[in-house]
Design a protein around this ligand. Sequence first.
Ligand SMILES: C[S@@+](CC[C@H](N)C(=O)[O-])C[C@H]1O[C@@H](n2cnc3c(N)ncnc32)[C@H](O)[C@@H]1O
Length: 243
Amino acid sequence: MTAFMTSFDETWRAIQTIDGWLTEGQARMLYDSARAVSPGETIVEIGSHRGRSTVLLAEAKPGSVGLLAVDPYGDPRWGGGEDSLEIFRANLARHHVDDRVRLARQLGSEAGQAWTGAPVGLLFVDGAHDYTSVIADLAAWRRHLSPTATVLMHDVYSSPGVTRAAFRYMFGSRAFRYADSSRSLARFRRAGSASPTQAALSSVRMLRPLPWMVRNLLIKLAVRRGWKRVVRVLGRTDSACLY
Ligand SMILES: C[S@@+](CC[C@H](N)C(=O)[O-])C[C@H]1O[C@@H](n2cnc3c(N)ncnc32)[C@H](O)[C@@H]1O
């Protein structure tokens, strides 16, 4: 029987076998954020796919912290669908974390509207990648966030719909502050009520990864069009670098 993972290195090694898009740096950010959630609070993951991030969160979270995985598994876009659900369940069982995770087969926005549980200390948004869905997911969960909550958003610096939603919601916000990012994964923290100067500084910092994103979008376009010389000049090594 596999022992429960405790260290990041062990957990990272274990989730290598699960298909997904999280890089090591992003997994570390997720792991550290989950570790820091206060007792009695809940972690909410929007978009679970085959469980790569779910297993990591289940391994990292303190025992008294709940974990809700939200995924409708009814839409083949963004990696969803019935096949993924079966693999998700099998992966949780294989890693012996199935009893630490509650699954809501709903859209992130529906689950947020229905939630009556504990305050959310960590919200990980990695579901649909279109602007309207991301805004709806954020809006539905906002009122459940604890005063010190962290919000992690994947693909902020890789998928234009998510970028637009993140900037619409967080840029210039006095309620959230941009903390840092690992490639396309951005970390925000609830800010109480930030001063205009703090909000401006946070917004400027949020702009910094944009040149990296533009470069990656150019690489994707060049790959799609078969512009090998452009790809060489822009310096792509492997596709994981783009997320
Ligand atoms: C990019 S994958 C998630 C990857 C996963 N977090 C990981 O690291 O392995 C996106 C998932 O979001 C689900 N999804 C799509 N729209 C959603 C929504 N509005 N709410 C919740 N999940 C959604 C899809 O079914 C798919 O499984």
